[in-house]
Write a protein that binds this ligand. Structure first.
Ligand SMILES: [Zn+2]
Length: 187
């Protein structure tokens, strides 16, 4: 623990109780929800060392929905480019000397999860608690909700045990369970 006069140190990446501590899971889920990842670069372009980032104002400036801006900030947070001020309940701009390779590592997983959904590889057997099967790479992986957390039977999940955020199967199951019927997204 470090403390400085007149300064607060927040050790957590996020103030929200996401499954797992890693910011990766949070950012991956935000990315899965987003229709247009260009929002992230648009929001990033607005960063100018603000001590408070006003989600509503950013949304108005950029012509984005508030939820797109919030999800973009979550993603930027996992990239070390914004922080979350727990006291203010707001994000602020700052740059951490993060290893960005972990963020780059998220994108293949995201693309794979979307591909699984496009292929219709996800079969939700039970909605609550979630029990699903995912056809992937010639095998069927089982994704089950245990103690409020989705666990997968794939080797990647076995290796990382949720420490690197969700695997592509869990991401695909979450996104499928969140939107059971594919619908046109609002413009
Ligand atoms: Zn998996």
């Amino acid at each position: 623990m470090l403390s400085f006069p007149g300064a607060r140190l927040t050790l957590a990446l996020s103030a929200e109780p996401w499954r797992g501590f890693s910011g990766e899971g949070q950012a991956l889920r935000a990315l899965m929800r987003m229709d247009d990842e260009r929002a992230v670069s648009q929001v990033r372009a607005q960063l100018n060392w603000q001590s408070v980032l006003d989600t509503g104002a950013l949304a108005t400036t950029l012509g984005l929905t508030a939820s797109s801006v919030e999800d973009s900030l979550r993603i930027l947070g996992a990239s070390g480019l914004v922080g979350f001020d727990v006291a203010q309940g707001r994000y602020f701009h700052r740059v951490l000397p993060f290893d960005l390779s972990s963020v780059e590592d998220m994108h293949p997983r995201l693309a794979d999860a979307r591909e699984l959904m496009v292929q219709g590889a996800v079969r939700v057997v039970n909605a609550s608690p979630i029990d699903a099967e995912v056809q992937s790479g010639g095998t069927v992986h089982s994704v089950r909700e245990i103690d409020g957390e989705l666990r997968c039977t794939c080797p990647w999940y076995a290796k990382h045990q949720g420490e690197r955020g969700p695997c592509k199967h869990v991401l695909a199951v979450e996104a499928t369970a969140a939107s059971p019927a594919p619908t046109e997204s609002a413009p």
